[in-house]
Structures are given as structure tokens and as C-alpha cells.
Ligand binder design. Structure first.
Ligand SMILES: [Zn+2]
Length: 156
């Protein structure tokens, strides 16, 4: 069980590295390749591994993030941003992100990180497993400029 989660976490981490590198070319920031990973990204990375595991076991994303507790006995990462202290916004359907495949399923409730948000981009449109997902850093424009995201979970 734990080995399986580790493998999923590793896959998620590789996606993080690839996507983060892609972000740097598009959005100039103070981040450099050798920088320590942001605590928020690290936290989302842990949640991302659980999302992938839940999806591989159930064939779908959970209705509620609390359901992620059922896939592993290890303690759950907190479901809130370490910088703002506010809970992450979960959207099972996912928000479209222009220029990227996949949808944003979990993200910072506010642009707390130098005007940007961390989030999990998942390939939810693909019906068959395995789900692919990665942690990305997003500027406000591509996702959040048109419509304000819901401040909390509970939206169908
Ligand atoms: Zn955050």
C-alpha cells in the first residue's frame, strides 16, 4: 500500500518538475531552478499523490477531499495553504486552463504566492485510468480573470 503511494508520489513529483519548468519560461518570477520547493507546492504534491491513488482505486475523483483519508493510513496533508491558512478550493469537474491540457481540480483560494496560485492540474477529461496530474504555479490571467472562483467547496 505504502509502496504504491510512493510510486504515485514519484510520478506526481516528476510531473511537478516538468510543469514547474514550463511555468518558468512563461511567467517570469523570482524562482530559480535550484530553489527549495514552496511549502504550498509540497503540500499539494502530497495531496496530488492521494488523488491519483484514490482515482486508481475508484475510477473517479472523490466527491469530497475528506474521502482521501480512506486511501492511506498515513496522516493526510493539511487541506489549506500554508501561506494564507485558507482551505484549498476543490473542483471535481476542474477549471479549464488555456494553453494546457487537463483541468485545475484543486487550487489556492487566493493569489497568495507573489500574485500567483499553486494548484493541481489533472487530466480529468480522460475517462480511463490512470489519471495524470501535476502541481503547477498559475498566474491569475489564464484561469481566474473571467469568473471568480467559488470561495469554498460545495458547488456541484
Ligand atoms: Zn498556497
Amino acid at each position: 500500500m505504502n509502496r504504491r503511494l510512493d510510486l504515485l508520489g514519484l510520478a506526481c513529483g516528476m510531473a511537478l518538475a516538468v510543469v514547474a519548468a514550463g511555468c518558468q519560461t512563461q511567467a517570469p518570477s523570482t524562482r530559480k531552478p535550484g530553489d527549495v520547493v514552496d511549502p504550498c507546492a509540497d503540500r499539494l504534491h502530497g495531496i496530488c499523490g492521494r488523488l491519483l491513488l484514490y482515482h486508481s482505486l475508484n475510477g473517479k475523483l472523490p466527491a469530497d477531499l475528506a474521502d482521501l483519508k480512506t486511501v492511506d493510513s498515513a496522516p493526510m496533508p493539511p487541506l489549506s495553504c500554508p501561506a494564507s491558512g485558507r482551505p484549498y478550493v476543490y473542483n471535481r469537474e476542474g477549471l479549464p486552463v488555456s494553453g494546457r491540457s487537463g483541468r485545475l481540480v484543486l487550487y489556492d483560494p487566493a493569489p497568495t504566492h507573489s500574485g500567483m496560485r499553486w494548484g493541481i492540474l489533472a487530466d480529468v477529461a480522460v475517462e480511463k485510468p490512470p489519471l495524470t496530474a501535476g502541481v503547477i504555479l498559475l498566474s491569475e490571467r489564464p484561469v481566474f480573470s473571467g469568473s471568480k472562483p467559488s470561495p469554498g467547496p460545495g458547488q456541484p
